[in-house]
Design a protein around this ligand. Structure first.
Ligand SMILES: [Zn+2]
Length: 221
């Protein structure tokens, strides 16, 4: 038996998200969609995020543009405002009340590139909750073989918080098979997050955040 929390990043996507939502509804699985501001600006993106929220999924903030990690932004203060708060304004009442925020990690790496000091200040002041991850099966890069990697991650730890992508890579064609195999292997699906993946909860540090903050950035803010 193991716990499994599914999250879907970088959407919503007109061609992919509806099928993911249909499947999750059939399987009675609730998840979190970490959406991009640039996508929920679009009418269809907002409608899909609204559908997800109406179907009891949680909606989180995954930055506006998803291009430069906040810890590497040349203008950290401006970037933090636009990427974090700008996206939160677009989310409006679709947002989970804990202001879930997942930094852009570029390939899923966890390190000081994730945040700048300015970004951490914004997240603290805005009572955000940082949601990291402990499983990146690289579905975007291995659209036909991520399922085996994902199952290995599930078996290797008591509670997996997995990042998948509701993007048109073809990977989501295998989501139903993954869910079946995970259930057969003993998965208990949950919507909440393992505490070790949540270093900031409603603006309060749950542990030292130095490992996620580029302390050399910010001087040109
Ligand atoms: Zn992402």
């Amino acid at each position: 038996m193991f716990n499994l929390t599914l999250t879907f990043d970088n959407g919503p996507d007109r061609d992919t998200t509806p099928g993911v939502l249909d499947l999750l509804a059939r399987e009675h699985i609730r998840s979190t969609f970490f959406v991009l501001g640039d996508k929920i600006r679009e009418r269809h993106g907002r409608q899909l995020a609204a559908r997800a929220a109406a179907e009891s999924h949680w909606i989180g903030n995954h930055t506006m543009h998803h291009k430069v990690p906040l810890g590497e932004a040349p203008q950290p203060t401006a970037a933090a405002l636009e990427e974090i708060d700008g996206t939160q304004v677009l989310l409006g009442d679709l947002s989970h009340h804990d202001h879930l925020f997942r930094p852009f990690g570029r390939g899923g790496a966890i390190g000081p590139h994730l945040l700048s000091r300015a970004a951490l200040e914004r997240l603290t002041a805005g009572a955000y909750t940082i949601v990291l991850w402990n499983s990146i099966p690289r579905d975007w890069a291995e659209p036909d073989s991520w399922v085996e990697t994902a199952l290995e991650h599930c078996r290797s730890q008591p509670w997996t918080l997995m990042v998948l992508h509701d993007l048109p890579t073809g990977a989501m064609r295998h989501l139903a098979r993954f869910i079946d195999l995970a259930r057969a292997a003993g998965a208990q699906f949950r919507q909440n997050f393992p505490p070790e993946c949540v270093p900031l909860l409603r603006g309060k540090p749950m542990r030292a955040l130095d490992a996620f903050v580029n302390s050399n950035g910010g001087q040109h803010g």
